[in-house]
Design a binder for this molecule. Structure first.
Ligand SMILES: [Zn+2]
Length: 288
């Protein structure tokens, strides 16, 4: 292709916001990513939202690891004992009567296992959910640093994670583990400590530990093969991306937060806000 033709194609692509159509992820969902700032919405459709610094510590995208402890603002306060709320226990078993989860996370998990059941995979058991500091420290003492984190440094303290097992086999071998590894992202969950990301996460492969981040974030992470650490760095670097999942289009924007500040959000609402537990917030808007 002549150079000027190539430049023209690039220019047209930029003007019209066409991304490179990437290969299909699988037969069911088609995902397309556009990276970097897209054409700005008319300013009349946006409004300024005042954000205080605490917003960095709230939401589904908080990064918690050995370098980023759970901030007091982020602690789960809505977890309930599932054995006392059997209406939330649908399609899975509980290891014991101590398991706690927030009702919203339990429902999201139930939606996912319902989909698995439709594929003939149905032997799920929840081995751990929300853990308070005391329970976390006890686990840390038992399991050591490769498999557990001290209190305040575990996603289980955040209430967004659960350890899922199969009643049939080890998760690395079980159909339940294989199904989740392939499909969890469709329901907003991620395998948080994958086998090929131990250098990034600092945690050994845990085929049982799933974390809720929500769609469309789980889809981007699946598409790019990102661990949460990498995904948050990527958003910070790109500032804004657009993802198309089948016919739905989402815009994801990162804003650094230093003290109280304002950020642009759609005036009509319909967006989600999450901090990253580091230095900024992420605004997610479904635009179609
Ligand atoms: Zn876990």
């Amino acid at each position: 292709m002549k150079k000027w033709v190539f430049c023209f194609v690039i220019l047209v692509s930029l003007l019209f916001g066409y991304g490179v159509r990437e290969t299909k992820l699988n037969a069911d969902n088609e995902i397309q990513l556009n990276e970097g700032k897209q054409a700005q919405e008319a300013s009349s459709s946006m409004s300024e939202l005042h954000i205080d610094a605490d917003q960095i510590y709230k939401g589904d995208l908080l990064l918690v690891n050995k370098d980023h402890p759970v901030h007091p603002e982020s602690e789960e306060t809505g977890a309930v004992n599932l054995s006392e709320h059997l209406e939330l226990v649908n399609g899975f078993r509980l290891l014991d009567n101590e398991i706690e989860l927030s009702p919203s996370l339990a429902r999201k998990f139930a939606d996912m296992v319902k989909a698995a059941k439709n594929d003939g995979v149905s032997h799920f058991i929840v081995n751990s959910g929300y853990r308070n500091h005391e329970e976390q420290n006890q686990l840390y003492a038992e399991k050591g640093a490769d498999y557990a984190l001290p209190a305040g440094y575990s996603e289980h303290n955040l209430g967004l994670s659960l350890d899922i097992g199969s009643t049939q086999a080890e998760m690395s071998q079980a159909l339940e583990g294989k199904w989740l590894k392939k499909n969890a992202w469709r329901y907003g969950f991620i395998l948080r400590y994958p086998e090929d990301k131990t250098a990034v996460t600092g945690i050994e492969f845990e085929p049982w530990h799933f974390r809720y981040v929500g769609l469309p974030h789980s889809a981007v992470m699946e598409k790019k093969n990102f661990a949460l650490e990498e995904y948050l760095d990527y958003l910070k670097d790109k500032k804004q991306i657009t993802i198309t999942i089948d016919d739905e289009i989402y815009e994801i924007s990162y804003y650094p937060i230093t003290g109280d500040t304002t950020i642009p959000v759609p005036a009509k609402g319909g967006y989600e806000l999450s901090g990253n537990n580091k230095d900024g917030v992420i605004v997610t808007t479904q635009i179609k």
